[in-house]
Write a protein that binds this ligand. Sequence first.
Ligand code: CP
Ligand code: NVA
Length: 300
Amino acid sequence: MKHLLKLADLSAEEIFGILNLADQLKYERKNGIPHPHLAGKKLGMIFTKSSTRTRVSFEVGMTELGGTALFLSDRDIQLGRGEPIKDTVRVLSRYLDAIMIRTFAQQDVEDLAKYGSIPIINGLTDYCHPCQVLADLMTIREYKGSLKGLKLCFVGDGNNMANSLIVGGIKTGMEVAIACPDTYRPDAEIMKWAAENGKFTVTSDLKRAAEGADVLYTDVWASMGQESEKAEREKVFRNYCVDKELLSVAKPDAMVLHCLPAHRGEEITDEVFEAHADEIFDEAENRLHAQKAVLCKLLK
Ligand code: CP
Ligand code: NVA
């Protein structure tokens, strides 16, 4: 594994390797066992979108591994003033050991890997969010013991989260059901791949998708960068809400996950969110452990 650009690039063995190491690192942290595997290493973190979890968990993760993380907002670096990404990365490759980037176009992330000479990590694009889904898989496995054969249902926009959940779910042997409006489906190529490689369905019928699910997952109706579509999306997605009624058709012990930030009263009710808060905040914590594992795999 040279980069983490998207989950499609990883084999099932590589994904499970990351999850196993993440479990070990979580154990070590809990028990105060130092794990300075990346002593002296430097991670640059480029952000052209907001972040709470990704920014803090990567920075804390690097510190705990004995390294350093530099926060590089596009408002401050020359990238935001038009310096080409292929020049930026050739310069940063001379100073840093790895780059994590959160941005809009997946092509920018692929270009960093193409023109740079250090590992690149995708910290979210409009296309996918691999770091989040590694933490999600880790969390589901923690609660359910294993992933194979579980039914994962995603409710909402066919966005970056849906795309990565489909790939991560199918690769680890889960059944994936997407409930979304017909005009907001996930990436067509990802859906085609999923149908050919596992048990995959997409429907606008929420209850059909959620029926018998082991995990119900949702995300915001309007992602970062889609602020101008907010009013239109509120109309289209009005019924795409994880509420008590929808949860009642899932398995009695179904988990509810959310990548956060959540909009209570939109994609999830406050009642369901709070009833599953332990799972959701374990999921957020696991960002730290899963990303530390990714950093070790790429840099050790
Ligand atoms: N889930 C997630 O990526 O959160 P942030 O946007 O806060 O990083
Ligand atoms: N789909 C959301 C995920 C945030 C973590 C967004 O892209 O804004």
